[in-house]
Ligand binder design. Structure first.
Ligand SMILES: *Cc1c(COP(=O)(O)O)cnc(C)c1O
Length: 369
């Protein structure tokens, strides 16, 4: 937390706005628009809720197909199933580890051949690295399929200055406890189309019609962000750029560490940051191909860190390899599987200090001798 969060929370208590409505909710939405350049925002209870509402707003229903990046957290795909729709998973490419435009187009052409036009495309910015949004948006336009941009991990990232969270027709942010800024739990839906955001707020507050009594002509949800938590968000957005700087500094430490090791015959690779791309480096993640690293695997490294009580985790296991999605169609060439097999997310907290870096380096030195 920064300096202001507690003050904003106190203000919510002092004014008795302890509800999923109030001045902090409105102000936090304005803050998000100002920061990202999005025209409109709805503050919600989670990023998952934002994806669910985005699908509803695009009319996704029973039996519809929705294209989704395979390598991601399950929350990108679960809401597709909430709607009774079918996820069609798309592989990653090597340059950003995100949705491959090539396999996206192959999937669309294959579905169109069967007369099943997909209803939406969900690309993800893994660990803060922007996906190839120019290409993905161009494909969306070519086939007239709307994009739901899952920017849950990428607040503060951009391509050529255009912020993540502004590329899609509907855009999703998360403020869960693990994200670069947090409201403990929370999320937002962003769009340049006011009618979508108005409807999202309506659906998120139980879809109550404009009447003195409780009148309902739609199924509603309880998806709005609490005014107390929005107060935390207002404080957090003030420190967001600092958090991005801290995360990139963490990346800088690992980069320097492994560049030295690579000079001694190892070959540890990082998630690439293409020219004109800027990642918030939410998590620093590396690739350890055993053949190029004296047989060291990502598990060798993970277990060596674990032995020192330092947690590191494999990359997201692709959705098309998950038991729960075993029936879902998949288009790809094995890139995300290879990334999963060899990839590791390293400790990346904004609060890491020199002593932590030294401890991590010591544990790594035991593997990369
Ligand atoms: C965290 C996350 C979500 C879900 O956000 P919640 O606020 O936790 O519901 C969705 N997609 C991705 C890629 C995420 O990392």
């Amino acid at each position: 937390m920064g300096e202001m969060e507690q003050q904003f929370v106190n203000e919510a208590f002092d004014t008795n706005w302890i509800a999923p409505v109030g001045p902090h909710v409105n102000a936090f939405e304005e803050d998000l628009c100002k920061y990202t350049g999005a025209k409109h925002a709805a503050a919600l209870g989670s990023g998952t809720a934002a994806i669910h509402l985005a699908l509803i707003l695009l009319g996704v229903g029973r039996g519809d197909k929705v294209l989704c990046q395979s390598m991601t957290f399950s929350a990108s795909a679960n809401p597709i199933v909430y709607q009774g729709a079918i996820p069609v998973f798309v592989d990653s490419e090597e340059d950003t580890w995100n949705m491959s435009p090539e396999f996206l187009e192959k999937a669309i052409v294959s579905l169109l051949d069967k007369g099943e036009k997909p209803k939406a495309i969900i690309p993800v910015h893994l660990y803060g690295m922007p996906a190839k949004m120019e290409e993905i948006c161009a494909i969306g336009e070519k086939y007239d399929i709307p994009i739901i941009e899952d920017a849950a991990e990428a607040l503060g990232s951009h391509i050529n200055g255009k912020m993540c969270g502004t590329f899609g027709k509907l855009n999703v942010l998360s403020f869960n406890g693990n994200k670069i800024i947090t409201t403990s739990s929370g999320g937002a839906l962003l769009s340049d189309d006011d009618s979508f955001i108005k409807k999202a707020r309506f659906l998120a507050t139980q879809a109550r019609d404009d009447a003195p009594h409780y009148q309902h002509s739609h199924i509603g949800y309880n998806y709005r962000l609490s005014n107390v938590l929005a107060g935390i968000g207002r404080g957090q957005i003030q420190v967001l750029n600092k958090r991005v700087e801290q995360r990139r500094k963490v990346f800088g430490f690992y980069k320097q560490y492994f560049e030295e090791k690579n000079k001694k015959g190892y070959n540890v690779a990082f998630q690439p940051e293409p020219k004109s791309y800027f990642s918030n480096r939410w998590l620093t993640s590396i690739l350890i191909t055993p053949k190029q690293n004296n047989g060291i695997t990502r598990e060798t490294v993970r277990l060596a860190l674990d032995a020192e009580n330092i947690e590191a985790r494999p990359l997201w296991k692709p959705m098309h390899q998950q038991p729960v999605f075993s029936d879902a169609p998949f288009f790809g060439d094995g890139t995300s599987e290879r990334l999963f097999d060899n990839g590791l997310c390293l400790p990346s907290g904004s609060n890491l200090v020199e002593a932590d870096f030294a401890r991590i380096a010591e544990a790594l030195d035991g593997v990369f001798v």
